[in-house]
Design a protein around this ligand. Structure first.
Ligand code: UTP
Length: 287
């Protein structure tokens, strides 16, 4: 079966970015002039995804509004004959079939993904974390994962190499290298100390799962922080099916903490042709 559906969990409380995220979902914070989640939907669509389920919560209506048509705004722009803005705005509501479901309480990433069971049924599917941005020059990360799934018919997720001092912030794998950038995963350990870590290969926010993951999530008890952890369900899945880890060779940005958010904006601004030169000048002066 083709991977044509994706889930974007975006129901976290974003406490690390409070008070900005008190009324504005962290996924809606701007990375230049686009909200973070739009880049993620664009990445999914570019990888061939046709239907997307976004997991939200009570405070996240702005995400639904962003992917809906904006009748008043479009009418106003039409009256002003502002074609440029219209061409930029109109496609946002037509990028893919986008559905929403609410996670009633923040029971963890595993629980959020589990809410997609009825939507996914028995198809393989992608998961893209709502606060992780992936920038690529060569190949879209999710597309690479889907290509690997198509070939191997096994779950596969993205990895990046992290400094040993940082392993305790991530899920870390052990496994055998089977080809350039591809590991056959043997073990998964959540937030190990540098002494415990079998490798420095960290799991990052793009996955393709077989629908077997839902059974594993259902069997997963609340773990760290009292939340149902996706990593725990992935660990269980390893006992039934092989899994692959793919080292993404682009850049990954964690927009869910203050420094990560700032670095994302600076890098995206430096790549944006219309502002990069003057922004560089500004940075040079400051430094
Ligand atoms: P994070 O732990 O990074 O998000 O979850 P958070 O809980 O919003 O962060 P802080 O610690 O409070 O600042 C990773 C991803 O899982 C989603 C988040 O929205 C994010 O995309 N998530 C997390 C859910 O959808 N539901 C949850 O219960 C927890």
């Amino acid at each position: 079966m083709k991977v044509r559906k994706a889930v974007i969990p975006a129901a976290g409380l974003g406490t690390r970015l409070l008070p900005a995220t008190k009324a504005v979902p962290k996924e809606m914070l701007p990375i230049l002039d686009k909200p973070a989640i739009q880049y993620i939907v664009e990445e999914a669509v570019e990888a061939g995804i046709e239907e997307i389920l976004i997991i939200t919560n009570r405070g996240k209506d702005a995400i639904e509004n962003h992917f809906d048509i904006s009748y008043e705004l479009e009418k106003h722009l039409e009256e002003k004959n502002n074609q440029e803005m219209l061409e930029m705005l109109k496609p946002i509501s037509k990028m893919a079939k986008i559905y929403f479901i609410r996670q009633q309480s923040p029971n963890g990433l595993g629980h959020a993904v589990g809410m997609a069971k009825e939507f996914i049924k028995d198809e393989p599917f992608a998961v893209l974390l709502g606060d992780d941005l992936f920038y690529h020059e060569e190949q879209n990360c999710l597309k690479s994962l889907i290509d690997i799934y198509d070939r191997e018919k096994k779950s596969v997720f993205a990895l990046m190499q992290v400094p040993l001092a940082d392993v305790s912030k991530y899920g870390i794998i052990s496994g055998n290298k089977v080809e350039e950038n591809l590991y056959n995963v043997k073990g998964l350990i959540e937030k190990p100390s540098p002494m415990e870590a079998p490798t420095n290969l960290a799991v990052i926010g793009r996955y393709v799962f077989t629908s077997k993951i839902f059974e594993m999530i259902e069997e997963t008890k609340p773990g760290k922080g009292g939340e149902i952890q996706l990593t725990d369900a992935m660990y269980k899945l390893l006992a039934f099916q092989g899994m692959y880890g793919y080292i993404f060779d682009g850049k990954r940005y964690d927009t869910g903490n203050l420094l990560g958010y700032l670095k994302t904006i600076v890098d995206y601004a430096l790549r944006r042709e219309d502002i990069s030169e003057s922004f560089k000048e500004f940075l040079k002066e400051k430094i």
